[in-house]
Every structure is written in structure tokens, then in C-alpha cells.
Design a protein. Structure first.
Length: 315
């Protein structure tokens, strides 16, 4: 049984990965996607999205961080996958699930689920280019507009040599609206011989137990549920308690996240925006997060927000 932190563009960056994996319970992470078009990307592009490559491809807590690639050119994806591996990535993941309209218009992400043959070509080319001891994995949704080709797509990915497949239990059109169709994940798992990871609509311990029971998968990937409740993974591993940690225990992690964002960018608005973004999700679990959000929502200067956080922490 493993827990994987989902890649989420503009949300789960290296700072978020660092904080969440230090809180505990996460076995593996996947980066935000590296957009691949028609060139071999420079090292700085990989290092910007996966700075963990400078530290053995792991977070400070020791969780491996696979590099995710997004694109539609098999040869170029293969070339960039080989480079990611050469830079120290402990795995290369291929994105066939991103629902963003801009990405889909440029023939990336979930729109490729309309072309199972191309999925096969991309995975096969990348698997040939990446050393055999480095996993090549993929993430897909159940389809673009409907689920009619879900099994065909999954089988195309598996037969091309993918080491494992993560399935988000919704189509592109369904976006992030509940429910996630965990029964479809089970159908895909039963049809494949490679490991399948279940993903979609896991917010609580009960959700985790339900997705495992319905999908039959041993490994679960969680995205927004972990960002909204960062100790969820640790509580899953421990078998409880059902309720999140006290806000007094969570608040120092919020400050840690804010300080790291501030160090990452000299632009004051960046740490302020990132903090507000996170608080917007944390308030699902803690009413105190909503109160803090209201206190900082009009602030743009990092220094003023730091003073507010210090006062909350009694510093």
C-alpha cells in the first residue's frame, strides 16, 4: 500500500511537496508537467519544475519525485524523458489527463485519449529511451468526452511498456465534479497486468477506504485532498484518527510554506498569492484558515503578512 501526491499545475510545486512530505505519509510525488513541444529542453527547465533533481530526485523527507512530461511528439517526449533520467529523475511520468483547455488545444493532456494509437507510440518511444531501471509511468482520465475508449487507451499504454498507470476516475468533460467513477478504475485494473493507481475525489479517511475497496487498487494518488488536509496521508498510514490535526499544530506549517515561497521569489506578491491559494483549500478542514484568509486577503506585502502570522503564532 502506497500513497502518491498528485501533480497539480500551479499548486503542487516543490515548496508544497516539501511541506506535505515532511508532514508525512506520502511515499511518492510527481512534478507539475514539463511542456514538451519539438525541442530538447534545457537543463534549467527541468530544474525549475523539479529542483529536487539537485538532491537525488527526492524531497527533504526522502520521497522520490518523478518528472512528468506533457506533449504529443513521441520522439521529442522520448528524448526529454531520457534527459530527465540522466539528470537524476527516479521516474518519468507521461501526462494523458490534463483537462486544461489551453493544453488540450495544443494537443496535450486528456485530448490524446481520442488517439489510443498515439498513446502507444509515446509510451513505447519513451520506454525505449529511458534506462530500464527507471520507471516510465502514465496518468490518464477515463476519456475526453465519454468513457467509450477508456479500456482501449489503458491497454494501449500498458502494452507499450508502461510500468504502471494512474487512472483519474473522470473524463475531461467531467473535470473535477463529483463523483469520481471508481468502478471504472476497477474495470481498468482488472483488464491490465501492470499496477494501476486509483485517483479522484479522496478527501477523507472514509473516501480513502472507499476508493480502495471499490477500485481494488493498493496504491492511491491524492491531490486536492492532501493540499486541503495535509495530515491526511499520515492519518491514513496510522489508521486514524478521523479528524485533522489541531489548527495550532497546522499553523507552523503554514508559516513554513509562506517563508519558503518568499525565499523562492523576491516578488512580494508571489508569496502572498501562494498563501491565499493554500488557505482557500485549507478552510475546507479548518475554520481558522478561513479567518486567516480574511486577515490577509487584501495584503500584498510579504512583510505585513509575516507580521500577521507571527501574531497568530504568539511570536
Amino acid at each position: 500500500m502506497k500513497l502518491v501526491l498528485a501533480p497539480m499545475e500551479g499548486l503542487v510545486d516543490d515548496v508544497m511537496r516539501d511541506v506535505l512530505t515532511r508532514i508525512g505519509g506520502i511515499d511518492l510525488c510527481v512534478t507539475e508537467f514539463v511542456r514538451v513541444t519539438s525541442v530538447l529542453l534545457p537543463t534549467r527547465t527541468f530544474m525549475r519544475l523539479a529542483p529536487e533533481l539537485a538532491h537525488g530526485g527526492k524531497t527533504r523527507a526522502g520521497a522520490p519525485v518523478r518528472v512528468q512530461l506533457l506533449g504529443s511528439d513521441p520522439a521529442c517526449l522520448a528524448e526529454n524523458g531520457a534527459k530527465a533520467a540522466a539528470l537524476g529523475a527516479p521516474g518519468v511520468d507521461l501526462n494523458f489527463g490534463c483537462p486544461a483547455p489551453t493544453v488540450n488545444r495544443h494537443r496535450g493532456g486528456a485530448v490524446l485519449l481520442n488517439e489510443p494509437e498515439l498513446l502507444h507510440q509515446i509510451v513505447a518511444a519513451t520506454r525505449r529511451a529511458v534506462p530500464a531501471d527507471i520507471p516510465v509511468t502514465a496518468k490518464m482520465r477515463l476519456g475526453y468526452e465519454d468513457k467509450s475508449r477508456a479500456l482501449e487507451c489503458a491497454q494501449a499504454i500498458a502494452s507499450a511498456g508502461a510500468d504502471e498507470l494512474t487512472v483519474h476516475g473522470r473524463t475531461k468533460v467531467e473535470g473535477y465534479k463529483p463523483p469520481a467513477h471508481w468502478d471504472w478504475i476497477a474495470r481498468i485494473r482488472e483488464a491490465l497486468t501492470i499496477p494501476v493507481i486509483a485517483n479522484g475525489e479522496v478527501w477523507t479517511l472514509d473516501d480513502y477506504r472507499a476508493i480502495r475497496a471499490e477500485s481494488g487498487c493498493d496504491t492511491v494518488m491524492i491531490g486536492r485532498g492532501l493540499v486541503a488536509c495535509p495530515d491526511l496521508a499520515a492519518r491514513i498510514i496510522a489508521g486514524g484518527p478521523a479528524q485533522p490535526m489541531a489548527w495550532a499544530d497546522m499553523l507552523p506549517w503554514v508559516e513554513d510554506f509562506f517563508r519558503q515561497c518568499w525565499r523562492k521569489s523576491a516578488e512580494n506578491r508571489y508569496p502572498a498569492a501562494r498563501l491565499k491559494q493554500w488557505l482557500g483549500l485549507l478552510k475546507r478542514s479548518w475554520p481558522e484558515a478561513a479567518e486567516l484568509f480574511e486577515q490577509v486577503r487584501r495584503e500584498q506585502e510579504a512583510e505585513k503578512i509575516e507580521d500577521i502570522l507571527k501574531a497568530k503564532l504568539g511570536k
